[in-house]
Design a protein around this ligand. Structure first.
Ligand code: GRF
Length: 187
C-alpha cells in the first residue's frame, strides 16, 4: 500500500507518538511517520523519534516566523497529515490555510465537553457518568473542529484524576489509529 507521509507534533511524553510509530509499521496502516515536531526541547517523546531514526524538528514558537519554517519542513518531507498528539500550542489560521492539508488532534474528553486544560478535574467536578477521548479536525479555535471518532467508558465511583487519565489514554491508543484509517478510507 502507498502510505501517506505524516508528521506528529508533541510537547511532552509522546505515548501517542510511540503508538502511532508502532502502528505505522503495519503494512495496511495508511501512514508512515516521517517527521516529529516538538516545541519543547525536553519533551520525552523526542526519544521515540531518535530511537526510530525519524527526523525531528524543534521549534521556537516565540520566534516570529516559526510557522514559515514549519511549512518549509512539511513541504520538504511531503507531509500530507499532521497529527497533534499532546501538542500544547495553537496553530494559526494562516498556518492552517497555507498548509492546506489535513490536521487532526486528540483530546482527552468527549468533545464538545471540556475543551482546554484540566480535563479530568472538570470531568469529576461535573459528576459525569461517562468520559473518553475525541479525535477531531483542527481549526483555528481550541479543540473545536469536526469530530472524526470518539471512544468512551463509564466512570467508577473510585476513579480519581490519575485513574481517569490512564483509562482515557488506553482508549486514545485505539481512537487515534482508527481515526487515521477512517480519514484515508473516505478519500
Ligand atoms: C493526551 O492525553 C492527549 O489527549 C492530550 O495530550 C495527551 C498527550 O499524551 N492532547 P502523550 O504525550 O501522547 O503521552
Amino acid at each position: 500500500m502507498v502510505k501517506k507521509n505524516a508528521c506528529i507534533f508533541i510537547s511532552g511524553k509522546g505515548s501517542n507518538l510511540k503508538n502511532l510509530i508502532g502502528r505505522s509499521r503495519d503494512y495496511n496502516f495508511p501512514i508512515s511517520v516521517k517527521l516529529v515536531v516538538s516545541d519543547k526541547r525536553k519533551a520525552l517523546g523526542i526519544l521515540y523519534a531518535k530511537k526510530n531514526s525519524i527526523p525531528f524538528l524543534l521549534i521556537n514558537t516565540k520566534s516570529r516566523n516559526y510557522e514559515n519554517k514549519l511549512l518549509e519542513y512539511l513541504k520538504k518531507y511531503k507531509i500530507s497529515l499532521i497529527c497533534l498528539a499532546g501538542y500544547m500550542k495553537i496553530l494559526s489560521k494562516k498556518f492552517l490555510r497555507d498548509y492546506g492539508k489535513k490536521v487532526i488532534n486528540i483530546h482527552p474528553s468527549l468533545l464538545p465537553k471540556f475543551k482546554g486544560l484540566n480535563t479530568f478535574y472538570k470531568v469529576l467536578k461535573n459528576k459525569e457518568k461517562k468520559t473518553g477521548c475525541t479525535v477531531h479536525y483542527v481549526d483555528e479555535k481550541l479543540d473545536n473542529g469536526k469530530i472524526i471518532s470518539q471512544r468512551s467508558f463509564y466512570i467508577d465511583s473510585t476513579d480519581n484524576e490519575e485513574i481517569l487519565k490512564n483509562k482515557t489514554q488506553k482508549l486514545e491508543y485505539l481512537a487515534f489509529p482508527e481515526s487515521i484509517i477512517k480519514i484515508f478510507r473516505k478519500n
